[in-house]
Design a protein around this ligand. Sequence first.
Ligand SMILES: Cc1cc2nc3c(=O)[nH]c(=O)nc-3n(C[C@H](O)[C@H](O)[C@H](O)COP(=O)(O)OP(=O)(O)OC[C@H]3O[C@@H](n4cnc5c(N)ncnc54)[C@H](O)[C@@H]3O)c2cc1C
Length: 381
Amino acid sequence: MDFNLSEEQQMLRDMVRKIGENEFKPKAAEIDQKEEFPWQNKRILEENGLLGIQVPEEYGGAGAGMVSLAVVVEEVARVCASTSVILTTQALATDPLLIAGNHDQKMRWLKPMAEGSVLGACAITEPGAGSDVTGIRTVAAPKDNGYVLNGTKIFITDGGVSDIVTVLAFTDKSKGNKGMSMLVVPKDVPGFSVGKEEKKLGIRGSDTRELIFEECFVPEENIIGSPGDGFKILMKTFNYTRPAVGAQALGIAQGALDAVLDYVKGRMQFGKTIAEFQGVQWMLAEMALKIELARTMIYRVCGTIDNVPDLKDIPRLASMAKWFASDTAMQVTTDAVQLFGGYGYSREYPVERMMRDAKITQIYEGTNQVQRIIIANQMLR
Ligand SMILES: Cc1cc2nc3c(=O)[nH]c(=O)nc-3n(C[C@H](O)[C@H](O)[C@H](O)COP(=O)(O)OP(=O)(O)OC[C@H]3O[C@@H](n4cnc5c(N)ncnc54)[C@H](O)[C@@H]3O)c2cc1C
């Protein structure tokens, strides 16, 4: 098994690192402070073909696979987590179509999203249903060769800036999770409105919204797969998107370690740089160990998805990678603030932002408690 990046992947990493350092890093603090969606960064991602890196070329992407997506997300998150959310959310919105869409749906919706001209969002969570997806109340009732959609979704990333939303709803509640379907809902459908914007702890440059569907008519050709396939498609989607969130966490952790390494070599106390104290060196070594382990787990699952996409281990490996990488991000960023001392607590330095940005990776795409449930269930089956 080869954990090294191919020549193309190394070139991709170097290209994205350069863009990150030159374009995203200098603006990251301002984006966080203003809490504004970074449209200019979105355009840079689009111009460089980075919004559909894992989507086949036939459907507007780069056809570069999941390892490449992880590399891109890590490099962007290293310098600006809010900008990396554009990448992970686009993957969350496009993957249901990639997994189960027919050719027409892929040409109509997946292609413009993979090319980056159109942003997508994915709407699952509701006020009463987060970890337990089967608790959703949104209904798409069959009517006249289509469905009438009613319900409210919350916490939807990019909900206010996207043109297309993939929505999970019951088309037949009597069948439980086998009665759930995934529908493509364009923004201009009558009855679809965008509600309040969440004010958040971190990833403040990402747009997080309530979405309201009132008597929204959606034609039957907008159902992804067959009616009743929604839950299955969503679970498969998470197998692909959880490693991407893991890569986001990894990037945040690596960014914090980079900042700390610079700082400890310059900060003098007791007549020495603080890098010379063994207590500090041990903290740095532990941070580096966890980051390297997280990277290995993410490459392993992404490589498996690229090479053996139907392997039964993928849900377990995806959950483990997301869980471990996000816990690593939280620990490494907290330690980074500690090693900066009082300056770490100041907004003048980036590590407090990184610590706030890291927290969400333990919560979305299934909390880390939910990842434990998935891993245990797969082992005990
Ligand atoms: C910034 C942000 C962006 C988001 N983006 C999106 C998006 O784009 N699309 C979307 O659909 N959703 C999105 N979400 C929603 C996110 O996926 C949910 O918040 C998450 O899945 C948790 O659901 P919940 O908030 O309802 O918490 P709950 O499910 O109420 O969980 C509360 C606590 O209980 C724990 N818990 C729950 N069940 C169990 C159990 N069986 N065993 C042990 N512990 C348990 C959880 O781990 C958690 O600690 C976003 C959320 C945020 C904050």
